[in-house]
Write a protein that binds this ligand. Structure first.
Ligand code: DOR
Ligand code: ZN
Length: 343
């Protein structure tokens, strides 16, 4: 087994960095590991115009430490009423994609889409310009069991959407199930998926081991072991349809450790280390570079990064918390020993 691996500098194709003071904590973590990251637009209020996205990009860049080369890739938040001509402006300004949050699906999704048919003029413009739609793939109906929401989304929303927009590029974000992995593996070249480190490392038992563990709560929620194994199989296959997206999602510790705790796992401080651990455990370290550094740029039509990063098999203890404005940020597995370390 290799004790060290060097890969082309990777990218994070799904990341939450929030705004204001939070940026000073989280942007340096991501910029230390990744060349670029797709920045999720679920601020409050959401990023729905090109002007907002460009201003947000400048605030993120201002938090990149000197000497690090990092590019935030900006997205807009799709709403029922986002005008189609905003898509043209966004495309011209270098905004790379739009994010679909079904209304009510997750953190700050109240401005999200209530009915996909309301967005069809906008999707038409995206399809024409080749701009990807990044999908939070869960239905929101309270009748559907929380653990089934992703699989039901495929049948109820994704299949009809793809029938109506066969050449719209779609990234099925942070997939968590066998059904999603299989759907994406069998789809044509217009569909890809991101996979988080935590969904590769943990099943839903992690939420309850030794007591309720809120830092393992995210959406889509962790699933059964059979689903985790299906995700590992998908990334181990080497298929270019699967690429790295941490979905690192910081929340103040007191809002995670709460009677109604927020969804989101913070992993940006040790993202590559956790992916290396998952790939190594699956005997697939040789697939990490494609997943982390090649498949994403190929799907988005961007160049690969230059430069490289090295990971070493050497255990270290992750910090228990970080200062986060006036609050604290508790990362996933804070205070625990992690087996891989970035050099
Ligand atoms: O766990 C999650 N946290 N899932 C999401 O979809 C949103 C994210 C957040 O913004 O906190
Ligand atoms: Zn997310």
């Amino acid at each position: 087994m290799p004790s060290q691996i060097t890969i082309t500098r990777p990218d994070d194709w799904h990341l939450h960095v929030r705004d204001a003071q939070a940026l000073d904590t989280v942007v340096p973590h991501t910029a230390a590991q990744f060349g670029r990251a797709i920045i999720m637009p679920n601020l409050r209020p959401p990023i729905t115009t090109t002007a907002q996205a460009l201003a947000y990009k400048q605030r993120i860049l201002a938090a990149v430490p000197q000497g690090l080369d990092f590019e935030p890739l900006m997205t807009l938040y799709l709403t029922d009423s986002l005008p189609a001509d905003e898509i043209v402006r966004a495309h011209d300004a270098g905004v790379v994609a739009l994010k679909l949050y079904p209304a009510g699906a997750t953190t700050h999704s109240d401005a999200g889409v209530t009915d996909l048919r309301k967005t069809y003029a906008t999707l038409e413009a995206m399809q024409r310009l080749g701009m990807p739609l990044l999908v939070h793939g869960e239905v929101t109906s309270p009748e559907v069991d929380l653990f089934d929401r992703e699989a039901v989304f495929i049948e109820q929303q994704l299949i009809p959407l793809r029938r109506d927009f066969p050449e719209l590029k779609i990234v099925f974000e942070h997939i968590t199930t066998q059904e999603a992995a299989q759907y994406v593996a069998e789809a044509d070249r217009f569909v890809a998926a991101t996979v988080t480190a935590h969904h590769l490392l943990f099943n839903r038992n992690a939420l309850f081991t030794g007591g309720l563990r809120p830092h393992y709560y995210c959406l889509p929620v962790l699933k059964r072991e059979v689903h985790r194994l299906a995700l590992l199989q998908a990334v181990r296959s080497g298929s270019p349809k699967f690429f790295l997206g941490t979905d690192s999602a910081p929340h103040p510790a007191q809002l995670k450790e709460h009677a109604s705790g927020c969804a989101g796992c913070y992993t940006a401080h040790a993202a590559l280390e956790m992916y290396a651990e998952a790939f190594n455990a699956a005997g697939a370290l040789d697939r990490l570079e494609g997943f982390a550094s090649f498949h994403g740029p190929a799907f988005y039509g961007l160049a690969r990064n230059s430069g490289s990063v090295t990971l070493k098999r050497e255990s270290w203890v992750s910090p228990e918390s970080f200062a986060f404005g006036q609050a604290q940020l508790k990362p996933l597995r804070g205070g625990e020993s992690l087996p891989w370390r970035m050099v």
